[in-house]
Design a protein around this ligand. Structure first.
Ligand SMILES: Cc1cc2nc3c(=O)[nH]c(=O)nc-3n(C[C@H](O)[C@H](O)[C@H](O)COP(=O)(O)OP(=O)(O)OC[C@H]3O[C@@H](n4cnc5c(N)ncnc54)[C@H](O)[C@@H]3O)c2cc1C
Length: 597
């Protein structure tokens, strides 16, 4: 069974107690977003998502999308669910009220996204891409494009796509061949073939707004010659009503491992009319707005799947009777004890739990910085927030999806053979979640972004946005009677991150392959330390609150402390091993001659 109850208490803890949502309400435009308002939104969202989207998760997976003659039909129930989704305004949460949005903070909207990803990842991709397209157009589109497209994307009657990938070009976008020819009226004729386009064609909305990377005739070679165009499926009239077809055709959908209810399309553009977004040849700048937002959202996909896998596995582990506790029978009146008594089953459940709560805490920290970045004018605090978001984006994308996949796998393992059987629903999480480590830039590419761009950026200034608060926290609370020992253990592994960072900075100066060789292990090391920081901070709050907490609340804080202890003592030490791996350098990777493979 796929079991999910939105972890609302933990979400409230992260938003209000850990990250001080009240201070967020001081930002321009967020004055009305009091903790009560945010709680109500999350509660209502959880009702909609668990009653409407969760029941369609397994059926959508079993049925998949249908393709015939250029037309794509989503699985039964998706159309009605999408209609209910947009009528409820769920797609407009964090969008600008000037275009019909609700102006909610990113933190709350990311938590709603987490619930959607948990309950129906494939469904979530349709509105998810619309939001990314909205952001790219909002930041780089002309006022005419904004006025025409943004209200439709926000209300959800039109959906968006991002059209980057071509058959011969995935990671290396400089190779793309799609062309755009300027027309006398200022528009362009776009011709080319894109593959793997999520939500490229479907029956949920009246129009589809493709954001397409293409090259102008005078384009310089490589990524410096890429421009971005908006190319609608149907040409809109000036008043926004849907007009003629625009030469955009879906040539087929992919048959794939997971997210089967999400249409992954080959889209052909045949002299389709498009309009330039941003400046010529500067398309990557505009597209990066969408890609960065999508990267944080893809990280949230990993977290969502990790959470539902944990909840489903924990429920099973309390019911399934096998063997006796090593400490003597816990339920002598039953034929066997539930498997949750076994330390190895505990290892799996605690790992999932610690990953999920840690990632939620880190994700909301980054989302809060996004809010400051978007809402503050020119000021040092805004620059600080920008640096922090830039630094953490590849970590959130790659770490959360790696851990989400590990959690989905642990979920299957907790159920034993039953986890492998479709009826229990756990194997779907493994299949669905796997793509998140690949799309929006593979996790390997995220790691290269971290070591190659983010570490050296502004002479290490971005890095200090993380290192300084960590060092200050250790200094302030390292001798705390309740959680000091935990903080001291954490401090040692923070030291490992500092050593690894210095090693990479020094080695990569003379040999960039050294940075490439260290990148994935370094990202993991950084990610574990970032989660460790969240865990010691959460432990400190829990320890402070516990003495005066009422019974139900005390149980919550005790669980926080127990999970923090597990993370710091049984997961974080891996960071020490990762330092050794980083320091091994490139030689063990590059030593074997290519011909020997
Ligand atoms: C279900 C699904 C949905 C998708 N949705 C979209 C979408 O909506 N829009 C869109 O445009 N695309 C989409 N994609 C495409 C996806 O983003 C790409 O598949 C992904 O970026 C990787 O490109 P590739 O498959 O060509 O792999 P390649 O680029 O060929 O990479 C293969 C391997 O080589 C590694 N590699 C490549 N270059 C380097 C390098 N320089 N250094 C180190 N390692 C490297 C990669 O990490 C990877 O492990 C989707 C794909 C799938 C499967």
């Amino acid at each position: 069974m796929q079991i999910y109850h939105a972890p609302l208490r933990d979400m409230r803890f992260v938003m209000h107690e850990l990250h001080d949502s009240a201070s967020l309400a001081k930002l321009p435009g967020l004055e009305e977003m009091t903790p009560d308002v945010l709680d109500t939104v999350l509660e209502e969202a959880s009702k909609f998502i668990t009653t409407v989207l969760l029941p369609l998760n397994a059926s959508g997976d079993a049925e998949g999308c249908h393709y015939a003659d250029g037309v794509v039909r989503t699985p039964r129930g998706f159309k009605e669910a999408y209609q209910a989704y947009i009528e409820g305004g769920w797609g407009a949460l964090s969008s600008d009220p000037a275009y019909g949005g609700q102006g909610m903070p990113q933190s709350a909207s990311k938590l709603v996204e987490e619930m959607i990803c948990a309950c129906n990842l494939a469904f979530g991709l349709y509105p998810g891409l619309s939001h990314g397209a909205y952001l790219a157009l909002k930041s780089h589109g002309s006022s005419t494009l904004k006025d025409l497209y943004l209200p439709k994307l926000v209300e959800g009657t039109w959906t968006g796509t991002m059209c980057l990938t071509e058959a011969h070009c995935g990671t290396d976008l400089g190779l793309l061949r799609t062309k755009a020819l300027p027309q006398p009226d200022g528009s362009y004729k776009v011709t080319g073939s894109k593959i793997f386009i999520s939500a490229g064609e479907h029956d949920l909305a009246e129009n589809i707004v493709h954001l397409v990377l293409a090259k102008l005739p005078d384009a310089p070679p490589g990524v410096k010659g890429i421009s971005l165009f908006v190319v609608p499926k149907f040409l809109p009239d000036a008043d926004g009503s849907v007009g003629n077809a625009n030469g955009v055709r879906c040539a087929g959908i992919e048959h794939k491992m997971g997210i089967k209810a999400s249409a992954t399309c080959q889209i052909n553009f045949n002299e389709s009319t498009g309009w330039l977004v941003g400046e010529p040849h500067k398309g990557m700048r505009a597209m990066f707005v969408m890609m960065n937002s999508e990267r944080l959202s893809v990280g949230t996909q990993g977290l969502g799947i990790g959470e539902i896998a944990y909840q489903s596995a924990a429920a099973y582990a309390k019911e399934r009777l096998q063997g006796r506790s090593l400490a003597g029978a816990k339920y002598p009146d039953k034929p066997a004890d539930p498997i949750i008594v076994h330390p190895d089953v505990r290892r799996m459940l605690m790992t999932m739990r610690a990953y999920n709560e840690g990632c939620r805490a880190l994700g909301v920290w980054v989302a809060n910085a996004l809010d400051r970045m978007e809402r503050l004018g020119d000021c040092p605090e805004r620059v600080e927030a920008e640096d922090f978001v830039a630094l953490m984006t590849p970590i959130v994308k790659a770490l959360f999806t790696d851990l989400g996949f590990e959690s989905a796998n642990l979920g299957v393992q907790t159920l034993g053979g039953h986890g492998y059987i479709v009826d229990h629903g756990l194997e779907q999480f493994v299949r669905d979640c796997r793509i998140a480590m690949i799309y929006e830039g593979t996790n390997g590419v995220q790691a290269l972004d971290l070591v190659g761009r983010k570490l050296p950026a502004n002479m290490g200034r971005s890095l200090r946005r993380f290192f300084h608060p960590v060092a200050a926290f250790i200094e302030a609370h390292g001798a705390d009677p309740a959680v000091g020992p935990m903080i001291q253990s954490f401090a040692k592994l923070f030291g490992a991150l500092q050593l690894a960072t210095a090693f990479i900075a020094q080695r990569s100066l003379s040999d960039p392959e050294e940075a490439g060789a260290a990148s994935s292990d370094y990202l993991r090391l950084f990610g574990l330390v970032a989660l460790g920081f969240m865990w010691v901070r959460m432990a400190k709050i829990a320890a402070d609150q516990l003495p005066a907490a009422a019974a139900g609340e005390a149980a919550f804080y005790r669980a926080k402390l127990a999970t923090a202890k597990f993370f710091i003592e049984r997961v974080l030490p891996q960071a020490g091993a990762l330092l050794y791996i980083v320091k091994a350098g490139k030689a063990p990777l590059m030593g074997l001659e290519e011909a020997a493979f």
